[in-house]
Design a protein around this ligand. Structure first.
Ligand code: CA
Length: 230
């Protein structure tokens, strides 16, 4: 996992980089806001450690720009400014944590690791229901921890239903999320993919069920009977 350290104090960057490497993380560093922006646009980081007092801009601007372009990478703010206003403003702008200088390096690493654990990470989400899981980035499905190889469309259907599990997904919503705006789709295509996915999940021993709700759409939930029997 790669971390971006945005800090203009060279000595502190060195200490920080060494501590991060010891913690098993890779590090890039940027000494000002402009360099930070360049790094952020080129690389997907697991987290950013962000100093607020940068030579060319306020670190909060970097954070604000990230959130504006929907970059949700977790950010740990590092600041000499311990004022309540700065802290509130940073958290309000979407910072995940805030530390005031001087700080103990061990505490920073511990907080960063906690933040990495609770973040969905740069590699997408892990969606789960019952014994079924789906990694959105690698597009990998598992049932009871065992890999289930799904064709592309069946994987797409599973992703949409997992994201909205327990709720009804209309036929049209499912179709547009699986096929995009493409008009060239057979009217029963979704039914066919749902049918195949249902069979693949059942064959793999999944304890979830995809219900067809007449006139409304589809709903996936945990099959009470199957999970009770397991
Ligand atoms: Ca500084």
């Amino acid at each position: 996992m790669r971390i971006l350290a945005v800090e203009d104090n060279g000595e502190l960057v060195d200490l920080l980089a060494k501590a991060l490497v010891r913690a098993g993380l890779d590090v890039d560093s940027a000494g000002n806001a402009a360099d930070a922006e360049t790094c952020l646009r080129g690389v997907h980081y697991a987290a950013v450690v962000l100093d607020l007092g940068l030579p060319d801009a306020d670190g909060l601007t970097v954070l604000e720009n990230m959130r504006r372009r929907r970059d949700e990478t977790p950010v740990l703010i590092l600041s000499a400014r311990g004022g309540l206003d700065d802290r509130v403003k940073g958290l309000h702008l979407g910072a995940s944590d805030y530390m005031v200088k001087p700080f103990a390096m061990e505490e920073l690493i511990a907080r960063l690791q906690a933040l990495l654990r609770r973040s969905p990470g740069p590699h997408g989400q892990r969606l789960t229901l019952g014994n079924v899981a789906f990694e959105t980035e690698g597009r990998q499905a598992t049932v009871g921890g065992k890999l289930l190889t799904l064709p592309l469309r069946e994987g797409d259907v599973l992703e949409v239903l997992l994201k909205r599990s327990g709720r009804v997904v209309s036929h049209d919503a499912l179709q547009s999320q699986v096929f995009g705006a493409s008009q060239d789709v057979a009217s029963n295509a979704i039914e066919v993919y749902v049918h195949r996915l249902r069979k693949m999940l059942a064959d793999a021993g999944a304890d979830v069920h995809i219900h067809t709700i007449r006139g409304a759409g589809y709903l996936m939930d945990v099959d009470k009977k199957a999970s009770g029997a397991a």
